[in-house]
Design a protein around this ligand. Structure first.
Ligand SMILES: NC(=O)c1ccc[n+]([C@@H]2O[C@H](COP(=O)([O-])OP(=O)(O)OC[C@H]3O[C@@H](n4cnc5c(N)ncnc54)[C@H](O)[C@@H]3O)[C@@H](O)[C@H]2O)c1
Length: 270
């Protein structure tokens, strides 16, 4: 369905440079790397995670201490009131990276819909709640901005026993394209990244779940995940973080609505 209307030309998106970035899901592997990359690039960082202690730990270990004014907070991204408070914070946020997420391994015939709902709530509803709150505050401040949402290669190609996760990550790409179209008029750019298999606590948990489901050996599963697709290697969290940083940087002022694979060629034919 298209709701296109004739509209006047708009000016180019704001050339967002180091300002304040919110990293949501900052206590995890990719979140940690994002905090580190943004802080090193001179951004002040607000690190948020449902696990407030993990967000604190990220700030303590990832930030170059002498640069920027970094803060950590406990935030459940599925809580619209809490996310709204964060978005309306006095200092204002110029860039948001949404890397909160959870995975679930379950055959469709044995779907536990409480788990399905939880995956959707964090991976997709949380992303929409964050997009809505930060769009509202960025529009009100009228100086543009950038948002990046961490989807997945599993948001571009289906994977067995991962229906909830795949559906949430495919959905995230649709969400990004829709809001990118809408927010261009406000000089706010919205993009997604689609990592392959990244060496983080989440992937290690997934390896255990796959091994348990198939009554397989976890080391063998880990080896298979580590050498899958044309990539034949794991992606480092920093490789994802640097693409997120680039997407929020002035050099990418012409990029919006895109999904950038960060998978080392994982989805290509070997
Ligand atoms: N690791 C991979 O192979 C891989 C591949 C593709 C995409 N991704 C995606 O990258 C993102 C980051 O994953 P990761 O590998 O760093 O996982 P991770 O488990 O290390 O980190 C995820 C973080 O999200 C936080 N979180 C969960 N629910 C939350 C909520 N409601 N509010 C706020 N924070 C919440 C967790 O506490 C955790 O710190 C996720 O969206 C994941 O789906 C990961």
């Amino acid at each position: 369905m298209s709701t296109a209307v004739t509209a006047p030309a708009i000016e180019a998106p704001a050339r967002t440079g180091p300002g304040r970035a919110a990293i949501i899901g900052a206590g995890g592997g990719i979140g940690w790397a994002c905090v580190s990359a943004f802080a090193q690039a001179g951004w002040a960082v607000t690190a948020a995670d449902i696990d407030g202690a993990a967000a604190q730990e990220t700030i303590a270990t990832a930030s170059p201490p002498a640069i920027g004014d970094h803060t950590a907070l406990a935030l459940d991204s599925t809580d619209p009131v809490a996310v709204g408070k964060m978005a309306d914070a006095a200092e204002g946020i110029d860039a948001v990276v949404y890397c909160a997420g959870i995975a679930a391994t379950m055959p469709i015939a044995q779907t536990d819909f409480a788990i399905w709902r939880k995956v959707m709530a964090v991976n997709l509803d949380g992303a929409a709640i964050v997009a809505s709150a930060f769009a509202r505050s960025m529009i009100a401040r009228d100086r543009g901005g950038a948002m990046v949402f961490v989807s997945s290669a599993a948001g571009q190609r289906g994977e067995a026993n991962a229906s909830a996760y795949c559906a949430s990550k495919f959905g995230l790409i649709g969400l990004v394209q829709s809001i990118a179209a809408e927010l261009t008029a406000h000089r706010i750019r919205v993009n997604a990244v689609a990592p392959g298999n990244v060496d983080t606590p989440m992937l290690r948990d997934v390896a255990h779940s796959i091994a348990a489901l198939g009554e397989d050996d976890v080391d063998r599963v880990w080896q298979a995940l580590s050498t899958a697709g044309a990539a034949r290697r794991l992606i480092e969290p920093a490789e994802v973080a640097h693409v997120c940083l680039a997407l929020c940087s002035p050099g990418f002022s012409g990029v919006t609505g895109a999904t950038l694979p960060v998978d080392g060629g994982y989805l290509l034919s070997p």
